[in-house]
Write a protein of this length. Structure first.
Lengths: 416, 253, 416, 253
């Protein structure tokens, strides 16, 4: 494709003609699902087009976002981190949203939609557990039973979230097949969905999967960027750069959408660089993957020469996924967003820096966005930077136990 | 005759239902693949060779298990083609490949069709490729006269059923129940109505599968459909060390 | 005292003449501290009078409350709980504040004050760990080192919070003396404070302790009631009754202060009824205590005939304290607030009900407020009720593990 | 003479520093309380009997420990009065009670003064009762001529120091360092200036305490103050099974 083709694609995205009726974001997207699900996908697509623009639905959604989720979430200036980095750093605080991450924006929206569509039961997958908790909470709020599939490795490393899901009344099913993380949990959730595509509503947790999910989730998460832009304009001005971590890509797409048309704002998606660049050591799909088809969508993926999906690694369960939302694949292709990586160690260091300088404990996922921003700030002095703080780190305490705080990085020395 | 027509001919039998047998390539052992294939081919009217995939989202535990073991055994699409190319026997029944899309995509659709034709493969079943997304693959297969089999399900609306039946090649794969492969719940009560509807929408043979394990089920299906597809039950027979031929023959009414 | 005396005292409280210069709320309050601390107390009192009304200080505080803490916190209507209770139930969502409870309103205010006063180091105590986490976060934010004393029983039962404090750079000192809960932690924090009253700033976590703490903490927490009142008036109207849990009494005093002058709003403080009415089985200070002096203030206390402070019990660490803020003692005396109790079991049941019907996991402390409201609603049909949701229950997961969810109470059956 | 005046007389000695000894009532054993009291009384110029309290917030580990053991031994303010009332010996030195406020408050201030007078107690030291809050207790004690001793500390501003010295009774308790009882860090370097300032503000005897453990410290304090107060070190001697008299005498220069 030529540069003009890319520009035309990007324009189509901006003016809303993408995704098209087939759910394509240019070459990416689509609906690669078992035939059994096609009628459900069609019903869902019709439901999305009917309810998302509906005044009454929007009123209900906005009311839940404001009064139950706690939106708008704060925009926080980070003065001490700014000093340290030589930048003007701002956080968009999804960690303050109900249940502790941006995931709730999506789950309450989809739970209301499921209710409108007459679903009897919600099925969801979860990696870090944040989407599981957010699903359990939203289902309780609207009064639908909820089953959450979670890889057994994630069940172990995100134990606090498992307990929270139980408490919120959800059934949590540990998945022992496949790689026993998010990817297998999605496989399993789809299997459950297929068993009763009419009664079940599959509440997908990121901007991935078959159309209309990438579109639906993006629309529900776009509130992040919309709010952040308004708040920044009120308090300072447009950012020079904005950073968000990219697992499936829902918080990132939500943040980016607020700024897509602001060409002066450079956009960066930060993927999990894990332990290194070798296949299997990271989850850096866009940075090192290739196009393929997984979980219903044509997108960038990590797979081997035989087409087999690769096991991935990240210290952060929420980024530990070999695929990515198709819209990100497009944004990379057309060059509007640059996708970079932060390693496990860089993310951990950024987490501790944020704790000790700003008194905010970010999720390990969000710490990747911080680490990416820090790298960029070092090469671009004095810029205004927005970081998507997609969630809080409470859920990560069991993992962090393996990485004791370096005391010398504490706030005392840090002030020096 | 084009491979896809040979396939439909093989499945439209007078007087008895045809039997389509599915097994995962290289399962339980890699070394016995051709032996198993030969034996299954001799007992079935068509054979689906499963290409293992890491994320078999439409499959139940049996196929998942076989897929995982096959992958551990080093089975890949390329290896399957090599095996087929190197065999020293004729295939008494047409052979299809059943694969999720990504291994095919990674192979490249042009190369795929080429290699399939060379090695005697008649067509493909791709469980995560609905008709709407099938354009590029279908184009490559059509160029070689290979079948891309469409699936229909009890949830498929009437119009869509007509459409899928009209574009399918080789046969129509009628999924008997919503859900994944390998169910042991038996056939739904309304399976007759459903199969009758598929049959009347299709000019190709209709073969019904998902959860077929017993002769009695084959008999019920045969009242309305042209054939049955047996997968998980065959894999379980293989696991139990039973002769595949014997097992398959035990299903025939 | 006569009714007129009570009315006069209440009027003095309303018009701001209480606490008086000696820090008295009528017969309660004062400054019962070792002589070594008197100059520090005097400096602090002067600092409170200088900075709290100061425009620049207030601007800084308001900015931190808005952009770092995430205020205003949401006001949530609870439709399914309302149906169940036959009432119109609203929650004031302090659980959505940064670090997960109302405690942060106080710690960021005091941390800014400590900085203004030139303190070198912050000392704090904690019970449930929420105040410790909030202190650690606020100290990191303003750049002061922080030491938190925590009873070793609480260290065990609120483990997630201990890890969070460490991560936020605070030193956590387990207290092995005394009753090894909040009360001993306060003793120990005071001992630390005494060792360098000039360099140390004691960041007390509730509306207790010597003057000016009860006043200072109340002023910093009054934002809860102020916001709630405005939000209720915007959305529905004044409540018929408002409920808050009472440990030391900071969230309660903050909530109540918004409504003190609204005589049509009945106010209820809910104390921990624990396992029963016997001394030692509960922490229901106002419901069953008597006047005495502890931790620097003259207030209602639980002690035996020899004047020895009693060990208390509550399933909720944050309520497990034998004293209470002196202003509550006054509000009880003059009859403006009624203090009731909720047992461990009632609080646990209310917690699960709130989880399964509203998708909100309250702190065990806050669950007492819910339980109190529920009791009242049963006897007063169709009323508008405000419940102070002082914090979230994530920190309580280790304790809740001993009380499995009663599945039959889940959202499915609950809908029936 | 009023009890409080007897107390100040006992502490203003010519030629040698006076020694005020503190120990917790009923520690280490309840049964030996009067024996210990008798012996301490015979070696010291005044004795502070510690009333145990659950929350001794101004005290270090030694006093905390003794307080807790005494409580476990069943010691209370009432029991202490009963013991004093039932003793069969004269008290060769004045006795004070050192107590946190709540046990006194629970006893009732009127009853407290009454009972103190009856049982030969000269006064009170209340570590959590600053002068500003002392009105009700002071009034009750004054009515019986009992002392309420004020404490001053190195952190006390000049004006306040003057005020506290002028309202103290019996003696002025000069705390040598900020912090809690039982420190083992020795005396601060500027202790001389501090004690000189207290001394010049006071017409009553000035006794200095907090962390006094050695003869050498007593010597230094005696240069400016009238006496020293020894607490934690005496408790530790008791714990070690040493004779309290012997220990106290070892401190005298
Ligand atoms: C806090 C947080 N941030 C980010 C992610 C990654 O998801 P996404 O890329 O869809 O935003 C997760 C996933 O669990 C998460 O919990
Ligand atoms: C969530 C929560 N609510 C209430 C309390 C009780 O404190 P207070 O009575 O001061 O509001 C605590 C104390 O830790 C708490 O964590």
């Amino acid at each position: 494709m030529t540069n003009e083709d890319h520009e035309a694609l990007f324009e189509s995205l901006l003016n809303g003609s993408l995704p098209d009726d087939e759910g394509r974001f240019g070459p990416f997207g689509g609906r690669y699902v078992p035939e059994t699900l096609m009628p459900a996908i069609d019903r869902l697509t019709a439901g999305v087009h009917r309810y998302l623009p509906d005044a009454q639905f929007q009123q209900e959604l906005q009311s839940e976002l404001k009064s139950w989720v706690g939106r708008p979430t704060a925009l926080t200036h980070a003065p001490r981190l700014s000093d340290r980095w030589g930048a003007e750093v701002w956080f968009k605080r999804e960690d303050l949203a109900h249940t502790g991450a941006h995931k709730i924006n999506n789950t309450i929206g989809q739970a209301l939609l499921a209710k409108a569509l007459g679903a009897q039961r919600i099925v969801a997958e979860t990696g870090a557990g944040q989407h599981g908790v957010a699903s359990a909470a939203a289902c309780a709020r609207v009064g639908l039973p909820c089953t959450v599939y979670m890889g057994e490795i994630d069940v172990a490393r995100q134990a606090p979230n498992v307990d929270r899901m139980h408490r919120l009344g959800a059934e949590v099913v540990p998945v022992t097949s496949g790689d026993r993380t998010l990817r297998s949990a999605i496989d399993e959730a789809i299997r459950d969905w297929v068993s009763d595509p009419k009664g079940n509503y599959y509440l997908l947790g990121s901007a991935i999967g078959p159309h209309p999910y990438p579109y639906l989730v993006r629309e529900l998460q776009a509130v992040i960027g919309r709010e952040a832009r308004t708040q920044l304009l009120e308090r300072t001005g447009l950012p020079d750069a904005a950073f968000a971590c990219v697992g499936g890509g829902s918080n990132a797409i939500g943040l980016f959408h607020g700024f897509l048309a602001d060409r002066s704002t450079a956009l960066f998606g930060v993927e999990a660089g894990g332990r290194g660049v070798e296949l299997g050591q990271n989850s850096a799909t866009l940075a090192s993957g290739r196009p393929g088809v997984l979980h219903g969508t044509h997108t960038m993926l990590l797979y081997d020469d035989d087409g087999q999906i690769q096991e991935t690694h990240s210290v952060s369960a929420g980024l530990d996924y070999p695929g990515v939302g198709p819209e990100h694949a497009l944004l990379q292709l057309v060059g509007r967003v640059e996708y970079v990586t932060a390693s496990d160690d860089e993310a951990l260091a950024a987490l501790d820096e944020c704790c000790s300088l700003e008194g905010i404990l970010p999720a390990l996922e969000s710490a990747h966005a911080l680490a990416g921003a820090k790298q960029w700030a070092a090469a671009n002095r004095g810029k205004r930077i927005l970081v998507g703080m997609s969630g809080r780190g409470d859920k990560d305490m069991p993992i962090l136990a393996d990485y004791p705080v370096n005391r010398s990085k504490g706030s005392v020395d840090a002030a020096a | 005759m084009l491979p896809r027509d040979q396939l439909s001919d093989a499945l439209k039998l007078e007087g008895r239902p045809s039997l389509v047998a599915f097994f995962t390539a290289g399962y339980p052992d890699r070394d016995t693949f051709l032996d198993v294939l030969k034996e299954v081919c001799s007992a079935a009217d068509a054979v689906e060779i499963g290409v293992p995939f890491t994320d078999p989202m439409a499959d139940g535990v049996t196929v998942q298990r076989s897929s995982q073991v096959a992958l551990e055994n080093g089975v890949s699409l390329g290896w399957i083609f090599d095996q087929l190319a190197g065999r020293d026997f004729e295939l008494p029944a047409p052979v299809l490949l059943m694969s999720y899309l990504n291994p095919l995509y990674a192979f490249g659709f042009e190369d795929l069709a080429e290699r399939a034709l060379e090695t005697g493969v008649s067509g493909f079943i791709v469980p995560d490729l609905p008709y709407e997304e099938s354009g590029p693959l279908k184009q490559a297969l059509d160029a070689k006269g290979l079948a891309l089999v469409q699936l229909v399900t009890p949830a498929t609306p009437k119009e869509r059923l007509a459409k899928l039946c009209s574009v399918s090649e080789g046969f129509v794969y009628a999924v008997t129940r919503t859900g994944i492969t390998g169910s042991s719940e038996g056939l739904p009560n309304d399976v007759s109505d459903y199969l009758a509807a598929v049959k009347s929408a299709s000019s190709l043979p209709v073969c019904a599968g998902f959860g077929v394990r017993e002769q009695e089920q084959v008999r019920r299906i045969a009242e309305h459909a042209d054939g049955v597809i047996v997968g998980s039950a065959l894999l379980e027979a293989l696991e139990a060390g039973r002769s595949p031929r014997e097992f398959l023959e035990s299903l025939r009414p």
